[in-house]
Every structure is written in C-alpha cells, then in structure tokens.
Design a protein around this ligand. Structure first.
Ligand code: NDP
Length: 397
C-alpha cells in the first residue's frame, strides 16, 4: 500500500489520477488532496477517498471547506495556503506525490516533495522550467525519484535505456524526438490567428486538458516548455532534441540511438496511461485506457514545426540556450499573457509579443537560489502586466 498526496486534485490531471487510484484501491492510500478554490469538488473527493488532509491554497476557500467537513463529520484535517501545500507534500505517510498544480504555484510544494525524498510524479512542468538546476539538484541530494507525467516525457522515459533515472547520462542516445500535435491552429491561415477566441484555443483536437495548458498547446509554448523540461529531465542540451509535429498524437515521443534504432511509445491520447505507468513503475497496471487500434488509425503523419506560426517555440529555445533566469522569465510572462488572453484582454498573437518584450527588457542572471528564481518570477509578472496594459510595448506578433 503506497500513500499518495495529489497536489492539484481537482484539475484535469488530478481527476485522472484519482480515476486510476480508484481502480486500484487496494494498492494506493490517498493521504492528502489539494486544490485552489474548487471547494465543491475537493469536498466530493474527500467524501470518496477519505484523505487525512485536504488543503486549499485560497484561505477563504479553506475556511469554507473546513466548515463543510465539520458539518459532515469527515475525519479530514483542512489546511490552507502555501505552507499547507508544502506540508502535505512532505508527510512521512506519503510515498508518492502527484505534482499537478498548474503554473508557478506548484514550485514550492513540488520542491518540498523533492527535499523530502518522495517519488514525484511530475505533471507541473512549469516548476522544472522555472528552477531546472535547483530542482534537479534537490532531487539528487535528497534521493527523490522523478517520474515524468507529461505524455511526451513519460514516453521518452519509457524509451530510454533500461535502468535509466531522471537526470542521468543516457548512454547511446543520439537524439530525442519530441512530438506534438500542433494544437487546434496548426492549419488555419496565419492571418486569422489574431482573431481566435479563448473558446477556440482551449478546444484541443486530441487531448482534454486544463485551460492554461490548452492555450499553451495552441501557441505551441507547451512544446517549448516541454523542450526545456526535457533538457533538465534527460540531462541533454536543446540540440539533442528535435520537435516533430505529429497531428494524430499516437506516438508520444521517440528516442533515436547511435546504432540507428528508434524506439517510440504509442498509445491513445489519454493521460491515465502515463499516470498509471508512473504510479506502478517498474510494474504495469491497468489504466482503464482502451487498447490502441492501430489499423483503424491507419496512417501517422510527421512534419517540422512552423516557427513563423508558432513564435513561442523560438522564444523557449532561446530561453534554454540563454540559461539562468531566462526560462523563469519566459514562464512567468507566458502565465500572465495566457491569463490575459483567457480574460479577453489580449489577442492570441500578442501572447508571444508580451513574452518577447519581457525577455528583451529583463536581464537574465544565474539562477543560483530559490530567492533569485522567485524574484525573477515576480519581476517578470510585473513587466508582463505593464506590457499588457500598454499595447505599443508588445508589437511582435
Ligand atoms: P487544471 O487547470 O485542470 O488543474 C489545476 C489544478 O491546480 C487544480 O486542482 C487547481 O485547483 C490547482 N491550482 C490552480 N491554481 C493554484 C494555486 N495558485 N495554488 C494551488 N493550487 C492551484 O490543470 P491541468 O490538470 O490541466 O494541468 C496541471 C499541470 O499538469 C500543469 O502544469 C500542466 O502543464 C500539466 N500537464 C497537464 C496535462 C493534461 O492533460 N491536463 C498533460 C501534461 C501536463 P482549483 O480546481 O481549485 O482551481
């Protein structure tokens, strides 16, 4: 029986994780569940999974949850805020931590899990993008185990040499082929991109995901963040990684070896597959995902990404090459710009412009400490907000 804390339990990944846990109730004990503001869903999850702890990042939501928990007589201790999140990521009775908070808010609790030496099931790529060197150092120093949940990185992990661990030198690997669907705007005329709506952007053709990552997929910033994530997870430079647009989302990524062998991982686009893989690793368990019907799929297509259409990919590539706090700034500016787009305050094509302006106007420094990273994050958010409020500052689109 393994104890599990699910950070971001009410989100798309959190819900899929609980689906897998529900199907293997004898193997996993839910120790803690967390959310930001969705009291109703977290309460329902507390009723079903009876965790020892429930955390709401938002203090007023935590107070509402505590009231409900008490009224129903549930044996759940309700905690609030960042301290609560960090505490449940490091509990002694927790063996596994699913890191599925969206965005920079996931960094501190995920880092707490690393420092407590847990098995981390990493969905929250932003945490690694923000703090790559520091985070991987914490994983190594505290003997944590890092298993990727992003379907691409999970696929790469599965195709890596046997016995491979995150951050290790992968002998014999020539290239990593990181696949991506190209999102909902892969084929629409470029001149129409400026007018696309949030509803169109979050309607991903193959995957059902949270709003932020859906917009990231539409700009292909998601692939850019994944490029950075892959560099840290697999200890390679960006030149070792080739991004390939594969619209069917059936091959989740590939590893090309020196002898000419290319190993690929295939499956239906359903996050329960990588979640079940990471939960049970090195065993295999049923994820509830239907068997892949390769004959019905019939054809798989591949092409190179169009950097004119997807400038966010270029910006992410520049950030990982620049090093230091460049990726932190990229990530923070992207989070602010995506939120502004979702709120109807920014055109889709201006997202890249805001990020580029931030990257050009803020100096990158060595990301030597958590304080440096958090300061860079805060500063980039301020610059991005100012930029959104004065459109003449983000002309690149
Ligand atoms: P969702 O938006 O669906 O869920 C986000 C979760 O994080 C919710 O539980 C939400 O709580 C919580 N949350 C949001 N803001 C905060 C905050 N400030 N503090 C604490 N908790 C917060 O996101 P996804 O599940 O889609 O994505 C989660 C992460 O997984 C992201 O980093 C994403 O990139 C990554 N990922 C997702 C994939 C997918 O298929 N969805 C695939 C690969 C990676 P509440 O519900 O209360 O708002």
């Amino acid at each position: 029986m393994k104890g599990i804390t699910i950070l971001g339990a009410t989100g798309s990944i959190g819900i899929s994780t609980l689906d897998v846990v529900r199907a293997h109730a004898g193997d996993y004990q839910v120790v803690a569940l967390t959310a930001n503001r969705d009291v109703e869903r977290l309460l329902a999850q507390c009723r079903e999974f009876a965790p020892a702890y429930a955390v709401m990042a938002d203090p007023s939501a935590a107070a509402r949850l505590a009231g409900q928990v008490q009224a129903e007589g549930l044996a759940v201790e309700v905690l609030a805020g960042s301290e609560g999140l960090e505490r449940v990521a490091a509990l002694p009775q927790t063996d596994y931590v699913m890191a599925a908070i969206v965005g920079a808010a996931g960094l501190l609790p995920t880092l707490a899990a690393a420092r407590a030496g847990k098995r981390i099931l990493l969905a929250n790529k932003e945490a690694l993008v923000m703090s790559g060197h520091l985070f991987m150092q914490a994983v190594r120093e505290h003997g944590a185990e890092l298993l990727p949940i992003d379907s691409e990185h999970n696929a790469i992990f599965q195709c890596m040499p046997q016995g491979y661990r995150a951050g290790m030198d992968a002998q014999g690997v020539r290239r990593i082929l990181l696949t991506g669907s190209g999102g909902p705007f892969r084929d629409i005329p470029v001149e129409q991109l400026a007018g696309v709506t949030p509803e169109q952007a979050i309607a991903h053709p193959n995957w059902s995901m949270g709003r932020k990552i859906s917009v990231d997929s539409a700009t292909m910033m998601n692939k850019g963040l994944e490029l950075i994530e892959a560099c840290w997870l697999f200890d390679v430079g960006p030149d070792t990684i080739e991004i390939v647009v594969h619209k069917e989302s059936v091959i989740h990524s590939m590893v090309d070896y020196l002898d000419g062998s290319v190993l690929a991982q295939l499956g239906n686009p359903d996050m329960r597959t990588p979640i079940a893989h990471a939960l049970a690793w090195p065993r295999r368990i049923d994820s509830g995902v239907a068997a892949l019907d390769i004959v019905t799929i019939g054809q798989l297509n591949f092409e190179r990404p169009d950097l004119q259409r997807f400038p966010c990919l270029r910006l992410a590539d520049e950030a990982i090459r620049a090093g230091g706090t460049a990726s932190t700034i990229l990530n923070a500016a992207n989070e602010v710009a995506v939120e502004a787009f979702l709120q109807g305050q920014l055109a889709f094509t201006a997202i890249a412009g805001v990020i580029e302006t931030c990257m050009q106007s803020i100096s990158f420094v060595e990301a030597e400490s958590l304080d440096t990273i958090l300061n860079a994050d805060t500063h980039a958010r301020e610059v991005a907000m100012a930029c959104i409020n004065s459109p003449e500052r983000h002309t690149a689109s």
